[in-house]
Write a protein that binds this ligand. Sequence first.
Ligand SMILES: *Cc1c(COP(=O)(O)O)cnc(C)c1O
Length: 455
Amino acid sequence: MDNRASNRRQFLETIGAAGAASILGNAVWENRPAAAAEAEKLAIDGGTPVRSGTLSASPYGPQFYDEAEEKELIEVLKSRSPFRWWHAGSKVLEFEEAYAKHIGVKFALGVTSGTAALFTAMAALEIGPGDEVILPAWTWYADYDAIVLAGALPIFAEIDESFNIDPNDIEAKITPQTKAIIACHLQGTVADLDPIMEIAKRHKLYLLEDCAQCCGGKYKGKYVGSIGHIAINSFQLSKSITAGEGGAVLTDDPVLFERAVRFHDVSSLRSPYSENLKGGLLAGFASCNFRMNEFTGAVMKAQLTKLETICERLRRNNRVVREGIADLAGIKLRKWPDVEGDIGYGVFLDLGNRERRDRFLRALRAEGIAANGPSGSVILPIDGRIENKLTVHPAWPSFNSPRGKAVEYGAKCCPRTIDIIHRFGGVMIDPNFDENDLQDIVKAIRKVYPRIAKA
Ligand SMILES: *Cc1c(COP(=O)(O)O)cnc(C)c1O
């Protein structure tokens, strides 16, 4: 038996009958008590760890860098034209067209970062002083900062056990000033967009999808980013595909797109956007430079061709771990609004409270498996600079209206979010984990969880 086959056999033995049956789709797999591995002394109590060293996921995109990125980059170097304009052809433009086609939207715009994409989206939606925007209490700073720097007022909604905005908490937060809802698809899991879009339509609000942590994710068969009125993405190192930095704005609406193009490029509408938008409808306005450069466009063009491979491997690896622990008594996993469309960045378990969650994480780490609570986002309302509404100028429009002065952030505006983020813990998945790695994760969780959950 070669190594792989023997690994596979040990793997199946380790995960026990139910796990093996669900992986193999083989209900008659030998029924062996799953308790053997679980009786071992935990590494945290001085037992032998499942794994020596630590197994952890690494940034996904760079693991797939190869001749494709190299070729595209060298072409830019040799062209001596790293600016996206002033020459025929453009890597950024090629990337934009391929990306829009892939996701299934009419228009995509490359920008310098996900944060710049959010600023651009705010401008596209004409969000400014007097407007309110609803966002989840658990997400990245940029969603809050883009609203505040547009002069508008951020209003937080709670998350649910998908770690994404709770559709049931949105309507209570709507006022006559509300202009948009930001739904974020965090850590690879899509937000439940049907009820959110229904609320947006009923109240005539824009839905902005923040896909920065879910590039390639799907909701009911459609790519995220193609469902709301406008969407953003980030190509920073920790996202599905990356050029180190970079971002994009996506939309089907030619007016929103024109405003985005003008805002990101000192108000100009250059060729071929001018032809695509038939000369455009809008006059110029105070704007920015968030243009993507050709090196970034080159890398992103090549990375896009690997997006499906990365997502498929993540999904597959995630499923192996999930199915390998599915029969553990009392187990409760993070909620998936669309399990097929999820890209499976991580597997998270509900440990009931923070103290038990932290013990679970420490015990898993002792077994040689990197483990963490939900990450990559922040419980924004309890962050000091947000709780205290700090801005660079004391007369900031967001917080100087009667409503802006009255709104209170802090822990009392998001008790459920705080509770959820502190009671879930788990393991991040890597697209290149092999069977042995997955076996060790399953083995470690099966060893640790039953005893921590009981304690
Ligand atoms: C990373 C991220 C951003 C910002 O993207 P940058 O490219 O880092 O500016 C915005 N929203 C979410 C949810 C993110 O994870």
